[in-house]
Design a protein around this ligand. Structure first.
Ligand SMILES: NC(=O)C1=CN([C@@H]2O[C@H](COP(=O)(O)OP(=O)(O)OC[C@H]3O[C@@H](n4cnc5c(N)ncnc54)[C@H](OP(=O)(O)O)[C@@H]3O)[C@@H](O)[C@H]2O)C=CC1
Ligand SMILES: O=C(O)[C@@H]1CCC=N1
Length: 277
């Protein structure tokens, strides 16, 4: 085991489960040293307990008391209430990890009022299969050891990149939201495939392997993305026909603007919380 420390997850949703699964699968943390709690969904807590053999509780303050590491894994709208509820139980001895989009580490540090050691992170849902692209950044009072601990924890669910906090909104729009852009494209590919006579199973098998192949190729080559798609395009061939239509409809501009919009939303989430202090 990497750590015998008790890790409490405040929030037992999709991201918390992905991380818990990775930590247990990779024997980074003993399941008995993981506690999960949420706001009200006790059925979900029961499922997690059964699935991973972890501890669950409806007492958030008890869960925080036990913890040496606290993972904040609720939605941004719930963070204020959550931190207020636990602030009396948090001190500088506990490391706080946030996976919450947009929320600056300073907000969490200030609200808990105890110079809390905070490390802000941004994983993505590929954590479920150990393939997240996670970025992490240090808060004001976190130490080099804290950053190393968080890096080791998140390497159980994929790659880890350390960035300064001012880059976290960009990370969120690009990599945190990133899987959704691909799934959105895949949905369109599936629709076109089925409309053109493939069964849904055939479409899924072909598209899945196409996406896996793209990922592997990207990891394996120093070619640029433009070189890679140009490599697929035979003159006057099928790909050129498709890419030409996408260009005429400004497909790449739409994608580019969508990512900037996601980054702006991350900043907006953060600014609302900073202003409300
Ligand atoms: N989904 C994604 O792709 C990614 C999400 N994130 C971030 O992860 C965070 C969680 O997202 P996700 O897992 O998708 O969300 P979910 O809605 O799946 O889970 C949120 C969880 O937070 C719980 N919760 C709400 N308020 C409190 C509270 N005061 N104390 C303890 N638990 C509380 C909810 O409990 P209950 O169910 O009982 O209401 C629920 O278990 C978000 O901040 C998001 O920005 C980061 C990267 C990627
Ligand atoms: O959509 C969201 O706000 C979260 C953060 C990144 C991915 N999902």
């Amino acid at each position: 085991m990497l750590t015998n420390k008790t890790i409490t997850f405040l929030g037992a949703g999709a991201m918390a489960e992905a991380i818990i699964g990775g930590l247990i699968r990779n024997q980074i943390v003993d399941p008995h040293n993981i506690i999960a709690t949420n706001l009200s969904d006790t059925t979900k807590l029961e499922k997690l307990k059964m699935r991973y053999n972890i501890q669950t509780t409806t007492s958030r303050t008890w869960a925080v008391e036990q913890a040496e590491i606290i993972v904040l894994a609720m939605k941004p709208k719930n963070i204020e209430e959550a931190v207020r509820e636990i602030k009396e139980k948090v001190n500088n001895d506990k490391l706080i990890i946030s996976v919450i989009a947009g929320i600056p580490s300073s907000y969490i540090e200030d609200l808990s009022g105890s110079k809390s050691r905070v490390v802000r992170t941004m994983p993505n849902t590929s954590a479920k299969v150990g393939a997240s692209a996670t970025a992490i950044c240090a808060g004001r009072y976190s130490t080099g050891d804290d950053l190393e601990t968080v890096s080791l924890l998140f390497s159980a669910v994929g790659t880890v990149t350390v960035v300064p906090e001012e880059k976290m909104d960009a990370v969120t729009g690009v990599a945190g939201s990133g899987p959704a852009y691909f799934y959105y494209l895949i949905e369109a590919m599936e629709k076109a495939a089925v409309e053109s006579g493939l069964t849904s199973e055939e479409a899924t098998a072909l598209i899945t392997q196409t996406v896996v192949g793209v990922g592997k190729r990207l990891q394996d080559t120093s070619k640029s993305s433009r070189e890679l798609y140009e490599e697929v395009m035979s003159p006057n061939g099928t790909t050129e026909a498709g890419i030409t239509l996408l260009s005429e409809r400004n497909g790449q501009d739409a994608m580019h603007d969508a990512i900037l919009k996601a980054i702006a939303r991350s900043k907006e989430l953060g600014s609302v919380f900073t202003e409300s202090k």
